[in-house]
Design a protein around this ligand. Structure first.
Ligand code: FES
Ligand SMILES: [Fe+2]
Length: 390
């Protein structure tokens, strides 16, 4: 990690790319991130290390790790992680890489076991990550099993998810999520009022930031891209509030037609985004939580966990899932098109609607400050010929 940072720090091409963006402009004069930030593998690699390894990352549903020995696995910043509930009731997370030959210790997405047994040669670790069983290893010298446990990683629980933080966290999860926990409390904890129904996973041919940009445009694309959904959102009262590591977009609901009208009812739609890659979409009695996982510079996976109020009729669920699926298809199509066209010779960066896109700019500011700060780059965007910023 240290040597990797040094290599990046010495990378002049990457440094000048990062310098070519000013995150301190007022919104009315701000630009979107330059297209290279969505296309260059070096930027994606840097993001892994300084954004995804240095933020709280949602890795799976809490209810999967309630009982002793229950575990779940997930990749964070390209690093396999396992979260497991110990005999003492404590939740722990470890790097899920065997000390022997670096196979994954646990391979299932989730399960339950009295010990963690590597699937390759069968080394076993206890639920606290200590190396316990080494088949046919007698006679090996200079081997200190005490130091050969699975490396621990910070873990915490909040809302529907378990979260981990690869690098030592500077903030507790609650602090990191502020003001979301306070809002949830005021609303009587909508997360506890709903039951998980299913998970859907979508591979999208775009940079993860294109997907987040689409999410954070303050409803700007709702009328054009999602005509059915547009019918239930009171668009003129759509508000976007940026605070800490979050953006809240919310809209009063109004009576609408069709499946969207029948399944999105009540007072308020609230769309919470948590930097960098988690979204909570809350309607009365209907909720979906999304995790956006970068795969390559031009590919990401979007995971949807879908929830409903207990006792919701099957017909309602079917119709509601169809609405979510359609909205997701519409978003994916436009995101993939944007990713392709970012390569156009005509385009380098864009501007923001002051009325709508403050949340999107906030995301670009957080991202730019993280990347520039990590490499000690001072912004000096002054390459008018390339068309970013005047
Ligand atoms: S790699 Fe895990 S036991 Fe060999
Ligand atoms: Fe959308």
């Amino acid at each position: 990690m240290g040597t990797t940072m040094t290599r990046w720090q010495a990378d002049e091409r990457l440094r000048s790319l990062l310098a070519d963006y000013d995150p301190e402009r007022p919104l009315s004069r701000a630009w979107t991130l330059p297209k290279e930030w969505y296309l260059d593998p070096a930027v994606a690699e840097l993001e892994r290390e300084v954004i995804f390894a240095r933020t709280w990352q949602a890795v799976g549903r809490r209810e999967l790790v309630q009982d002793t020995g229950q575990y779940l696995t997930f990749d964070v910043a390209g690093e396999p992680v396992v979260v497991v509930r110990g005999e003492d009731g404590q939740l722990r997370a470890f790097i899920n890489v065997c000390r022997h030959k670096a196979a994954r210790v646990c391979t299932a997405e989730h399960g339950q076991s009295s010990k963690l047994r590597c699937h390759y040669h069968g080394w076993t670790y206890d639920l606290q990550g200590r190396l316990r069983g080494l088949p046919e290893f007698a006679g090996v010298e200079d081997f200190d099993r005490e130091t050969q446990g699975l490396p621990p990683v910070a873990v915490a629980e909040w809302g529907p998810y378990v979260w981990v933080h690869l690098e030592p966290p500077r903030q507790s999860l609650e602090e990191f999520l502020t003001p979301l926990p306070q809002w949830v409390q005021q609303r009587g904890d909508p997360f506890r009022q709903q039951v998980w129904h299913e998970r859907r996973s979508y591979d999208v041919a775009c940079n993860w930031k294109v997907y987040v940009d689409n999410y954070l445009d303050g409803g700007y694309h709702v009328n054009t891209v999602h005509p059915d959904l547009a019918g239930v959102l009171d668009y003129k009262d759509y508000t976007t509030t940026c605070a800490g590591n979050t953006v809240l977009q919310s809209s009063p609901l109004k009576a609408g037609e069709g499946a969207a009208g029948r399944t999105r009812v009540g007072d308020l739609a609230a769309y919470w985004w948590v930097y960098p890659n988690v979204m909570f979409n809350l309607y009365p009695g209907v909720m979906d939580c999304n995790i956006v996982v970068p795969l390559e510079v031009d590919r990401c996976r979007v995971i949807f966990d879908l929830y409903f109020a207990p006792g919701t009729p099957a017909d309602f669920i079917r119709e509601s899932l169809a609405v979510t699926e359609q909205v997701q298809r519409e978003d994916m199509a436009v995101c993939e098109e944007v990713q392709r066209n970012l390569r156009s010779r005509s385009y380098r960066a864009g501007r923001f609607s002051v009325q709508r896109e403050n949340g999107n700019y906030y995301f670009h500011q957080l991202t730019a400050r993280a990347l520039q700060g990590a490499l000690g780059v001072t912004p000096h965007p002054a390459v008018p010929a390339r068309g970013t910023q005047p």
